[in-house]
Design a binder for this molecule. Structure first.
Ligand SMILES: *Cc1c(COP(=O)(O)O)cnc(C)c1O
Length: 429
């Protein structure tokens, strides 16, 4: 499979090159040259397949022959080492729980898949390492640290804003050691992000083979399509139309869902539910794409003013805004509405959501007014424990600590404090 740059000013590359580079030379995002629908027999028979078999069928065309089938199956098996339950919440509404992985965030899937692809591509390069450089506002860092731990030929450097991530999140990214290094930046998330961007453009760091591990990287982004196939498998026997609502920040998740639909997955409608960072909902109203600086909210993993994957979604719909709107809606909710939903879901349904899932639930409820006979699924993208400072006071409960989290709580934090770009450069060497 070849990938082209969405800025259309760089050469086409292989899967391997796209994964290693992250971004194209012209700073464009990579996009697959073709998306081929899966055969009808695959969907007819999906309930008889394991998650690993489904994932292999779904991802194979995007990897092509660059990873042997047996290795790709092994990578998938290590990626999907946990469950993806579809939990009934209320009549016709389900939560697709994506948080049962090692760091209890859905990003575990993409991080594990990408790390193992890089590890495979590096297997024969004894002294040539890649450096994964990533800025995190919280959840990405932990998933990347865990996903890349001990992967051959890959060094990971994570920048996070000092004092701005939760205690659990900080421990998840500072306690693993080995090939994982944490830099504690005296500043806010945007400062971390700026330093990372500068490093990618810095010619004097070319020898470090820097790559990113956020959803601009195809190996982190594409495996997210698996979730939608798994949910279809679980709900297929009900014989109803399906509406998905994704709590959206960089729009990687929902974009992967739209690819699954292009591959033939019977999805009637997608909803991108956002917090007050509403660039896409505004676009759907007036057709103008007008990004704004991000605003801090209680669903902070979605505090994104200029969603990087939206351009990939636009690529799939060309300029056909009307067709796009048939398949896709986007709604925005503020923190007050999110808290209200969190409480209602608990009170009425006995289900403990967290702020991102609650935003997804709200968008789903709204869209189901247009599809009264459909089944609705919202993606629950993190375990409530990851946002306990919001969830516990809102619901008046104390959450038990899951084992995955407990295991990092008593480990010692190791980080290096930095303030300037020069300090980052000196650290990278
Ligand atoms: C990253 C993240 C999101 C947003 O996902 P995108 O693919 O960037 O839209 C939503 N919820 C949680 C908990 C996240 O960590």
């Amino acid at each position: 499979m070849k990938y082209y740059s969405l800025n259309h000013n760089a050469a086409k590359v292989s899967f391997q090159e796209a994964v290693i580079q992250g971004l194209a030379a012209d700073k464009g995002l990579y996009f697959p040259e073709s998306i081929t629908p899966l055969p009808k027999s695959f969907f007819d028979n999906i309930e008889n397949l394991t998650n690993e078999e489904i994932a292999f069928e779904a991802i194979q065309q995007f990897v092509g022959d660059e990873i042997p089938a047996s290795t790709l199956k092994q990578i998938i098996s290590e990626t999907l080492c946990f469950d993806f339950p579809v939990v009934p919440v209320e009549n016709g509404i389900y939560s697709l729980e994506l948080f049962h992985g090692p760091t209890m965030a859905f990003k575990d899937v993409g991080a594990r898949f990408m790390s193992r692809c890089l590890g495979y591509f590096n297997k024969d390069k004894k002294d040539n390492t890649n450096t994964v450089l990533v800025a995190t506002s919280g959840d990405t860092g932990g998933a990347v640290a865990s996903g890349f731990l001990a992967v051959q030929g890959v060094e990971v450097v994570i920048l996070y804003p000092s004092g701005k991530v939760s205690d659990i999140q900080e421990r998840q990214l500072t306690t693993l050691g080995q090939n994982i290094k944490a830099l504690e930046v005296d500043g806010v998330f945007d400062d971390c992000q700026d330093m990372v961007k500068k490093a990618f453009l810095d010619e004097s760091l070319a020898h470090k083979n820097l790559t990113s591990a956020n959803s601009i990287n195809i190996a982190r982004w594409l495996p997210q399509m698996f979730y939608f196939f798994f949910a279809y498998k679980a709900l297929k026997s009900q014989g109803k139309e399906l509406v998905f609502s994704c709590p959206s920040g960089n729009f990687g998740n929902i974009c992967a869902g739209i690819i699954a639909k292009k591959m033939g997955l019977p999805v009637t409608h997608f909803v991108a539910s956002t917090n007050v960072n509403d660039t896409v909902p505004r676009f759907l109203v007036d057709g103008k794409y007008d990004p704004k600086p991000s605003i801090a909210t209680i669903s902070n993993a979605m505090d994104v003013g200029n969603p990087s994957n939206f351009i990939r979604i636009q690529e799939m719909y060309g300029n056909d805004l009307e067709q796009f709107k048939k398949d896709f809606s986007s709604y925005t909710y503020n923190d007050e509405e999110t808290l209200e939903a969190l409480k209602n879901i608990y009170k009425t349904d006995g289900y403990i959501a967290e702020p991102h899932g609650a935003v997804g639930y709200l968008g789903l409820k709204k869209e189901l007014e247009n599809y009264p006979n459909a089944i609705g699924v919202f993606l629950e993208t993190a375990h409530p424990i990851k946002f306990l400072d919001v969830v516990e006071p809102a619901l008046g409960i104390t959450l038990p600590i899951p084992t995955q989290i407990e295991s990092v709580l008593n480990k010692e934090k190791v980080s290096t404090k930095i303030k300037t770009y020069d300090e980052l450069k000196a650290f990278l060497g």
